[in-house]
Each structure stands twice: as structure tokens, then as C-alpha cells.
Design a protein around this ligand. Structure first.
Ligand code: HEC
Length: 193
């Protein structure tokens, strides 16, 4: 009796293993949680902008419009007037424009290797607490304003999807240059460890 039960069990588990191994079953919903996202949901999530700027939306903006938006959208409340003196990180270098960029502060609109990264950051993460509420034109304008504040572009330059990827950032080709490392010495010049 016991052995018959056991062999039934073995047969059942073999059948189950066979079922699980079959690709048709593996692809069907197994756990009953989640669902396929809709095209609209995917569109809203698919916001990454690469350095080539291929994914940038149409639109444009300049630093003058950006300066107004900087106040209207309350960037000023966290980052301070013209990017200085707020509780959040400073957005403008206080140091002389002629200093080499590696001697300046670590500020995104200054140290970023590509201007598209600045656009992507503002579009994705700012204003903090109201992320995703800025229109493409507003993001172009705010990007232009912050790049202008850091002497990267002239005040009257109108940024759009064609010229933003071509903006020459001050970091040039100096980004991430390896250096000689000696054990127990700082990893980068000026770093505490
Ligand atoms: C509620 C406060 C708040 C508001 C409002 C806000 N920010 Fe920020 N922002 C922050 C904080 C905090 C950080 C740093 C986040 C981190 O490092 O993780 C930051 C980071 C940034 C950075 C990157 C700074 C760097 O050098 O790494 C940029 C650029 C920026 N904000 C732009 C804006 C713009 C443009 C607006 C307005 C549309 C805005 N922020 C509104 C709090 C705020």
C-alpha cells in the first residue's frame, strides 16, 4: 500500500517536472501578480536621455526664460538666488571663470561630461517633490540658465534637441583621467581618502 502511494507520488512529481520544463507553461502567468504595462505607462517611464541626445523631445528654451522659471518653479527656495546660498547643492561656481574646471566645485552643470546629462537630471529629478512636472520647453530653458550661470553657453543661446548634444562642456576630454595611485594615498587630488 505504502509503496503504491509512493510510486503515485513519484509519477505526479515527474509529471509536474515535465510541465514546468515545458516552455509553453514557463511563459504563461504563473504567480498571478502584475500585468503587462500599457504603451502609455511605458512611454511615461521611458525617459532616459543618452549622451547623444537621440531621445530628446522637441522644444527649446533660453537662459532668460530659465531665470524666470527658476523662481516660478521654486528652484530658488532650495538652491538659493542664482544657484548660491540655499540648503540644496550650489548650482553655480563661485570661483574665477579662468580656473581649470578640475580646480572648481563639483557642480553638475559645470562638471558634467555632456549637457544632455544636465537636461536629463532636471527632467527626471527636479523640482524635488514635484518630479516629472516640467514640460520639455521648461527643461530646455532651465538647462540653458544653469549652463549660462556657469559660463558654458552665452545668455541668448536657444537650446534645442539639435544643439544641446553639441554643447562643449568645460570638462572637455579631461573626464575621468586615471592617475598614479599609491597605497594609502587619496584616490583623487583633494579627496580626504
Ligand atoms: C525641495 C528642494 C528642491 C527644489 C525645489 C529643487 N531642488 Fe534641485 N536639488 C535638491 C537637492 C536636495 C539636490 C541634491 C540631490 C542629490 O544629490 O541627491 C538637488 C540637485 C539638483 C541638481 C544637481 C546638482 C549637482 O551638482 O549635483 C540640479 C542641476 C538641480 N537640483 C536643479 C534644480 C532645478 C532646475 C530646480 C527647479 C526646477 C530644482 N533643482 C528644484 C533640492 C531641490
Amino acid at each position: 500500500m505504502a509503496s503504491r502511494k509512493l510510486s503515485k507520488l513519484a509519477a505526479a512529481s515527474l509529471a509536474l517536472a515535465g510541465l514546468l520544463g515545458s516552455p509553453a507553461i514557463a511563459q504563461s502567468p504563473t504567480y498571478g501578480v502584475g500585468r503587462t504595462p500599457t504603451a502609455e505607462e511605458l512611454r511615461r517611464m521611458d525617459i532616459s536621455i543618452s549622451h547623444t541626445g537621440d531621445e530628446l523631445p522637441a522644444g527649446n528654451g533660453n537662459a532668460k526664460e530659465g531665470a524666470q522659471l527658476y523662481v516660478q518653479k521654486a528652484c530658488v527656495g532650495c538652491h538659493g538666488v542664482t544657484g548660491l546660498g540655499g540648503m540644496a547643492p550650489q548650482l553655480r561656481s563661485k570661483l574665477a571663470p579662468e580656473l581649470p574646471v578640475w580646480k572648481k566645485e563639483r557642480i553638475l552643470p559645470l562638471r558634467s561630461p555632456y549637457a544632455t546629462v544636465v537636461w536629463d537630471y532636471i527632467n527626471r529629478g527636479m523640482p524635488l517633490g514635484l518630479e516629472g512636472t516640467l514640460t520639455p520647453n521648461e527643461v530646455y530653458s532651465l538647462t540653458a540658465y544653469l549652463l549660462f550661470l556657469n559660463n558654458v553657453i552665452p545668455e541668448d543661446m536657444v537650446l534645442n534637441r539639435e544643439n544641446l548634444p553639441k554643447v562643449k562642456m568645460p570638462i572637455g576630454d579631461e573626464f575621468g583621467k586615471p592617475h598614479d595611485y599609491k597605497r594609502n594615498s587619496p584616490r583623487l587630488e583633494g579627496y580626504p581618502y
